[in-house]
Design a protein around this ligand. Structure first.
Ligand SMILES: [Zn+2]
Length: 242
């Protein structure tokens, strides 16, 4: 059975509806233009979905507006109030100028507190945040490797993190060295896991052959979902109980 999918319009906003065997109504606002996609429980008909969306129109419009206002990564000014992502969640930046060690704290209610000494400029602030991102990502790797090395049956000599413009990861098979894109720490952890496993499978099969595909199908059956999520992460999403 395929996924049932169709469109409705709610107050001028086109909404893509997927019906699934789920309990909650899930609404996502997606790049590049703030398109709205809804995953709805099968028992909710279009009228019920429309009603639910009308009650959340201001939320949806706010997300679309936030997206339009969102500067590109390179244009980030590193000032309070800006959106920054960490492990698939959006956080607001709170720049705190205080003497002492520069550090980053993540608060429960969705703030990234960036503490820097007074007068620290954009570049300095960016460096502090990037260093923190690296630390956070590095901390995730030992457990992931310990989980996956026995499953894949290959040992990774070195797993390193760097900024990459065009790829999520790469694998130097001879050196058994895997490189992961630092951007992955901004994505849901299951996306990072998918890229790591993908690169590890290259230790078994160099190219994206049929064999590669059947290996990754067996090791990580939901890899396509993770890949799609990686490449179309929502800007914002919300689950409501019904
Ligand atoms: Zn590959």
């Amino acid at each position: 059975m395929g996924i049932e999918r169709h469109w409705i319009e709610v107050s001028g906003i086109p909404v893509e509806i997927h019906r699934k065997a789920i309990k909650n109504l899930h609404v996502g606002v997606y790049p590049p233009d703030g398109r709205v996609r809804v995953a709805a429980p099968e028992r909710l008909d279009d009228d019920a979905v429309r009603l639910a969306l009308v009650s959340r129109l201001s939320w949806i419009r706010r997300q679309q507006q936030a997206f339009n206002d969102q500067p590109r990564e390179s244009q980030r000014e590193m000032v309070s109030g800006e959106s920054h992502y960490f492990r698939g969640r959006r956080y607001r930046l709170d720049v705190i100028e205080a003497p002492g060690r520069a550090e980053v704290h993540q608060t429960r209610n969705g703030w990234l507190e960036l503490q820097v000494s007074p007068g620290t400029g954009i570049e300095g602030r960016r460096c502090v945040l990037e260093r923190w991102y690296r630390q956070q990502m590095r901390q995730l790797l030992p457990e992931l490797l310990a989980t996956w090395e026995p499953v894949v049956g290959e040992r990774v000599a070195e797993c390193r993190i760097k900024r990459m413009k065009t790829r999520w990861g790469s694998c130097n098979i001879e050196a058994r060295r895997i490189w992961l894109n630092l951007e992955l720490i901004k994505k849901p952890p299951r996306c990072l896991e998918y890229i790591l496993v993908h690169e590890m499978v290259h230790l078994l099969e160099r190219h994206h052959t049929e064999r590669f595909r059947s290996l990754i199908d067996r090791l990580l059956p939901d890899w396509r979902v993770r890949r799609d999520e990686l490449n179309s992460a929502p800007l914002a999403h919300d689950d409501w109980d019904y």
